[in-house]
Design a protein around this ligand. Structure first.
Ligand SMILES: [Zn+2]
Length: 157
């Protein structure tokens, strides 16, 4: 491809800008750095809003007291006290550990409108929240176990 000389600086700028734009950065962590620190499955769920296979998470049967933290940045997101057996195949909670721990946004993929839930610190995708949960909130946070790490009570720093 021959580029007219006068357009060459514009061309260079566009190439440089597009490669820069691809390198999404969250809190100073680049996409490449996430790939280095996360497993393939963690990356697919946390950074690409993937969903793990139902009933695949060992955290489904985690019944000890403690905190569930974001697998990406260790931000505490759910407490064991709000975990309940939903039978859906994904770890389920009726509320986050506090109001600031998670963020939500509308998700219109898969021909439906769902409410996406992500870590408020690193933006990592955690799962979705639905209105068919138990008391006291009536909410069901349906969370990918691979997006969480469990820290048993007494082992927090
Ligand atoms: Zn996080």
């Amino acid at each position: 491809m021959k580029i007219p000389q006068i357009l060459f600086p514009v061309f260079c700028f566009c190439v440089a800008f597009s490669s820069f734009a691809k390198e999404k950065e969250v809190d100073g962590v680049t996409d490449k750095e996430w790939k280095d620190v996360l497993t393939k499955e963690e990356y697919r769920v946390l950074r690409e809003e993937g969903t793990e296979r139902a009933f695949s998470s060992p955290l489904l049967n985690e019944n000890r007291e403690g905190q569930f933290v974001c697998a990406g940045c260790a931000n505490p997101v759910f407490a064991s006290g709000s975990k309940f057996k939903s039978g859906t195949g994904w770890p389920s909670f009726y509320e986050p550990i506090n109001e600031k721990a998670v963020g939500v946004k509308e998700d219109r993929s898969f021909f439906s409108v769902r409410t996406e839930v992500h870590c408020a610190r690193c933006d990592g995708h955690l799962g979705h929240v639905f209105n068919d949960g138990p008391e006291p909130t009536g909410l069901r946070y349906c969370i990918n176990g691979v997006a969480l790490s469990f820290v048993p009570e007494g082992e927090q720093d």
